[in-house]
Design a protein around this ligand. Structure first.
Ligand code: SF4
Length: 716
């Protein structure tokens, strides 16, 4: 009887089960892995799982973040209705009330203080359409010059260096398919094993094929493990290390003379400058033994093909832009670019770190990588937007500088989209104080992040599962992110929110879009003729071709797999080398008696940015539920710190408390803390506000700190 009953129930359950598949794309890193959400409906409940889907970039792979990405959009804490802060508490209001509230405050602030009293802070996690629209919204609907975005803290140094050296900035100059066949790879300041795990097989394949891999990092990581040579430099000394390698390349003559003569400007100046440097000084600055610099230079110089990749380890410094330029000097000196299996990649952090920096959310930029200070560019975009050129605001300031203007009272209101700046910016204590001064803060987000908590109004924004649009991945490949998962409550897409606000502000005629595709079609026209030209890309093509590498200038253009084969993007077709000093113009933190250790920061595999989304995923959160400080056991002994005990870390900017984690793989003069946590674990409380003068990147990667067992322990 029991058997029969069980059989009956199993049959019943089988019949009740339905399965639905939603095609989508991972919302996290720049690999933008294609995936599917599988929804199974059982008798009493639904279950979900995410699986990989084949595509040219991630080839069906997913990392732990991607596999669990659905857990945050389905989380019970999703904001589903507009929330207005009343007497310190958020209360649910209607969209009509929210829009009226916005209209009233925008009008009042701008009438009293001028258009620039409002700012806009965007994101590199939103789609290309939304990044484009946000730039247009700031300049056309609000008429403010103050717009910038969180990508400033991520990709600005690499973008600035590539623009100066090559005349254009696309994440990777080749497609990833070429990596397995290159013979020498330099990975400078990039921990791809944790930050972009599904890119790793390209490098592992290269190694299998005999490539020599050089890793540059103050710590041993999953990435340095695959390296044949690890240069464990002092944090902040990347520019000097590149000079050391360059000096060997020049001295031992691995130069590609013909390439330098025909395709490069500035080599003579670099050669003279590098000749004036002393190896002993470089050794002292970097902490890297000279023989290791020789080994790196010889391998990179002697091998027929090679590639250099940089990421935040090199870039998030007050000379990040120059340091990247110096690695590009190495690449150009040996002529390893613009040829098969040779090239440069800036490993983008955020999902749309590439596309979001091309179409107008940067303070100085118009769509298609146009400049907001270039008259011709202004005329073109004014024409696309159907406004007068004179009405287009001029250049604003970078993300952190905008926050300083908030603190000074010049910016009184802010629209914030999909970002958590009070946690992610340097000098975070100051940033929080600045945000508390705002008269008017509107945040479009999925969750009550630390910054959203400070808002007057939170608008419920859609997630990657619900919001269709294009993204541009680490290669510069534009992909279409399908999204058909139903939205809950009164959630809207970011682009819909912007159009509705524009409408109540009387700017409907410029924002009358009814789909992401319509916005993309305007973006195509706006980008036409620009550096990042998307004009030949359509949704139809993206569906059929599974992504297109820009520039793509016409409907018959296949896109551009490899850049710079015949010319660089400067007007004379040549690349530009410039001498790079061993020392930054804006000095980096130096260790002293009071602050005797270097602090460097980075990511862990299970979290994304400030962790607002990944902490909503039980599976990811469980892997790393708190921050930590990686420390060499010999250093810990000196400071009487045990493994896994709470430690106070203090810089001249603030203090935090995190748990120690011993590692033999980190330099004894350095500690490492990941940046995914807020409040008393927010490592950005310790980081200086100093910016790279070239690109306004903060110097996240090097601070000077002191450490001690936590106060709690000392009171035992
Ligand atoms: Fe792919 Fe990056 Fe998402 Fe991992 S986090 S699944 S590597 S896109």
């Amino acid at each position: 009887m029991t058997e029969m009953l069980l059989k009956y129930f199993r049959e019943q359950q089988k019949q009740a089960e339905t399965e639905r598949i939603y095609n989508t794309q991972c919302p996290y890193c720049s690999m933008q892995c294609k995936m599917q959400l599988v929804e199974q409906t059982h008798v009493k409940r639904k279950t979900y799982k995410t699986i990989g889907r084949d595509n040219p970039t991630s080839q069906g792979r997913l990392c732990i973040k991607g596999m669990n990405a659905h857990q945050h959009p389905l989380h019970k804490d999703r904001i589903q209705y507009p929330l207005l802060k009343v007497n310190g508490e958020f209360v649910k209001i209607s969209w009509r009330e929210a829009l009226d509230y916005i209209k009233e405050h925008v009008t009042e602030i701008q009438e009293k203080n001028g258009a620039d009293a409002l700012g806009v802070y965007g994101s590199a996690s939103i789609t290309n359409e939304e990044a484009y629209l946000l730039g247009k919204f700031a300049r056309v609907a609000l008429k403010t010059k103050y717009i910038d975005y969180n990508g400033r803290l991520c990709m600005s140094a690499a973008a600035s260096a590539a623009s100066k050296t090559f005349g254009m900035d696309r994440g990777f100059t080749n497609s990833l398919q070429e990596i397995p066949f290159t013979e020498c790879i330099m990975l400078a300041g990039t921990n791809i094993a944790e930050c972009q795990p599904t890119i790793m097989p390209y490098f592992e394949k290269a190694k299998e094929n005999g490539a020599f891999i050089i890793a540059i990092d103050p710590r041993e990581t999953g990435t340095t493990k695959i390296a044949d040579l690890h240069l464990k430099l002092k944090p902040g000394s990347d520019a000097a290390l590149a000079n050391g390698i360059l000096k060997v390349i020049i001295e031992e003559n691995y130069l590609d003379e013909r390439f330098l003569q025909e395709r490069v400007n500035g080599f003579e100046e670099v050669m003279q400058y590098v000749a004036s440097l002393e190896f002993s000084v470089i050794e002292e600055i970097t902490g890297v033994p000279l023989e290791k610099m020789y080994q790196a230079a010889r391998m990179f110089g002697q091998r027929e093909t090679g590639m250099i990749f940089t990421a935040r380890g090199v870039e998030q410094q007050t000379d990040g832009s120059a340091a990247v330029q110096n690695f590009l000097n190495i690449l150009l000196s040996v002529g390893k670019i613009g040829k098969p299996r040779c090239g440069y990649g800036a490993i983008t952090g955020q999902g749309n770190g590439q596309g979001a920096r091309e179409h107008g959310q940067k303070a100085d930029q118009l769509p298609g990588y146009r400049s907001i200070e270039n008259h011709e560019h202004r005329m073109y975009i004014a024409d696309v937007w159907n406004i007068e050129e004179k009405d287009l605001p001029r250049k604003g300031v970078s993300a952190y500088e905008m926050i300083e203007k908030i603190h000074d009272g010049e910016i009184k209101g802010l629209f914030l989209v999909c970002s958590n700046p009070t946690v992610s910016n340097p000098n975070a204590n100051f940033v929080k104080k600045a945000f508390e001064k705002l008269e008017f803060l509107v945040v479009a987000d999925m969750f009550e992040s630390e910054t959203a908590k400070l808002a007057n109004l939170i608008l419920p924004a859609s997630s990657y599962l619900e919001d269709e649009g294009t993204m541009t991945n680490v290669e510069g490949r534009v992909t279409l992110r399908e999204a058909s998962f139903p939205r809950r409550g009164e959630i809207k897409h970011d682009w819909e929110i912007l159009c509705e606000i524009a409408k109540v502000l009387g700017k409907e005629e410029y924002f009358s879009f009814s789909s992401a595709e319509e916005i993309f079609n305007e973006l195509r026209i706006a980008s036409k003729g620009g550096i990042a030209d998307y004009s030949g890309i359509t949704y139809e093509r993206l569906r059929a071709e599974k992504g297109i590498l820009w520039p793509c200038r016409s409907l018959t253009d296949k896109g551009t797999e490899r850049l710079f084969e015949t010319r660089f993007a400067h007007s004379d077709g040549k690349a530009m080398m410039v001498p790079v000093s061993n020392q930054a113009i804006v000095p980096k933190a130096k260790i002293t008696k009071k602050y005797p250790l270097y602090l460097t920061t980075g990511r862990v595999v299970s979290h994304y940015l400030t962790g607002v989304q990944t902490r909503k995923s039980a599976s990811l959160s469980a892997r790393n539920f708190e921050s930590f400080m990686e420390i060499h056991p010999s250093t810990a002994k000196k400071y009487e710190i045990s493994n896994e005990e709470l430690v106070q870390i203090e810089s001249s900017y603030g203090r935090i408390v995190v748990r120690s984690k011993f590692s033999e793989g980190i330099r004894p003069d350095t500690v490492f803390v990941p940046f995914h946590w807020a409040d008393s674990q927010n490592v950005n409380n310790l980081v200086s506000e100093k910016l790279d003068p070239a690109c306004k990147m903060p110097g996240f990667k090097v601070s000077a700190v002191n450490i001690s067992p936590s106060v709690k322990r000392s009171s035992y």
